[in-house]
Ligand binder design. Structure first.
Ligand code: HEC
Ligand code: HEC
Length: 241
């Protein structure tokens, strides 16, 4: 008797956890049953971690991006990433026109620590999944920010790596995933065109050194690149559009 009731308790816990996970992950298309309060609250644990806002809300995302929320400790992203995500400073990546799913994933990864960065870990900590999707969607709707390649000496090397990879070292063409014009391919493959070269270079180093371990593909690719090749391709990507 007792065992049976424990099992059924476990099953219902598991079911409510599944409902919650689906609810948390799919803020774009929340399944109809998630909105049913009777099914949302079968146990005490079922209190939703995310406020019941099933729709993506880029207007709320814009407000949070521009003004933060002092009551929750959210710092205004605009302070570093610039108006509409078009950062004017190389230390802070451009976020405009980036694919929403990619941006939301990064915010999650910073929070969890699979992408180790002290500043962004702090910034993402007070954000819930709905905030992340809202901000990411707002940013994806902004105009891409363009840049220029700075180094004439390495532009040919950068271009050949980006377009053709390095066959002798088994490095695939970056264009294969990040697209020939650097716009990326929704939703997994981020936009690279116009990004600050210093930032991209730091990311390649981070993938290789293991501080950024949120992509098996990029860990493998970066492990085959020399510093000079990373610099050349990063500079080339900054001028891509
Ligand atoms: C104090 C400056 C600062 C503030 C404020 C800030 N960021 Fe950042 N952000 C950074 C830095 C620095 C990086 C680069 C981290 C790294 O090297 O991995 C970054 C990286 C990111 C990235 C990764 C971009 C990519 O292409 O992968 C996203 C997304 C991001 N920030 C979103 C936000 C959001 C959303 C907010 C507001 C809630 C915010 N940031 C507030 C400094 C800041
Ligand atoms: C097989 C597909 C694939 C190929 C080929 C590829 N990438 Fe990537 N790249 C990805 C994925 C996926 C991500 C996003 C990882 C994540 O989710 O954090 C990424 C992320 C990046 C980032 C971080 C972007 C940011 O905004 O933080 C840089 C920089 C990058 N790639 C550079 C390159 C370069 C340079 C090459 C060519 C030498 C290359 N990639 C080839 C799949 C690929």
């Amino acid at each position: 008797m007792r065992q049976t009731s424990q099992i059924s308790k476990l099953t219902s816990l598991r079911a409510s956890f599944a409902v919650l996970s689906i609810f948390a992950l799919s803020s774009i298309a929340v399944p109809a049953f998630a909105a049913d309060p009777a099914k949302m609250a079968p146990t005490a644990e079922a209190k939703p971690a995310v406020p019941a806002k099933p729709k993506v809300d880029p207007v709320a995302g814009e407000a949070l991006y521009n003004s933060g929320d002092t009551t929750r400790g959210v710092v205004a992203c605009i302070t570093c990433h610039g108006p509409k995500g078009q950062s004017a400073v190389a230390t802070w990546p451009k976020l405009s026109a980036q694919h929403a799913a990619y941006t939301a994933k990064q915010l999650k990864n910073f929070k969890e620590g699979s992408r180790a960065n002290a500043i962004m870990m702090g910034m993402s900590m007070p954000l819930n999944d709905q905030d992340m999707v809202n901000i990411a969607t707002y940013l994806s709707q902004q105009t891409p920010s363009q840049g220029v390649a700075q180094s004439k000496e390495t532009i040919e090397l950068g271009k050949s790596i980006y377009r053709g990879g390095i066959a002798s070292k088994g490095v695939p063409a970056c264009a294969g995933c990040h697209s020939p014009n650097g716009a990326g391919i929704p939703s997994q493959y981020p936009r690279q065109g116009g990004q600050w070269a210093e930032y991209s270079y730091n990311q390649l180093i981070g993938f290789r050194e293991g501080t950024r371990k949120n992509s098996v593909q990029m860990t493998t690719i970066s492990s085959k690149l020399s510093d000079q090749e990373m610099k050349a391709v990063s500079d080339y990507m900054a001028g891509l559009h």
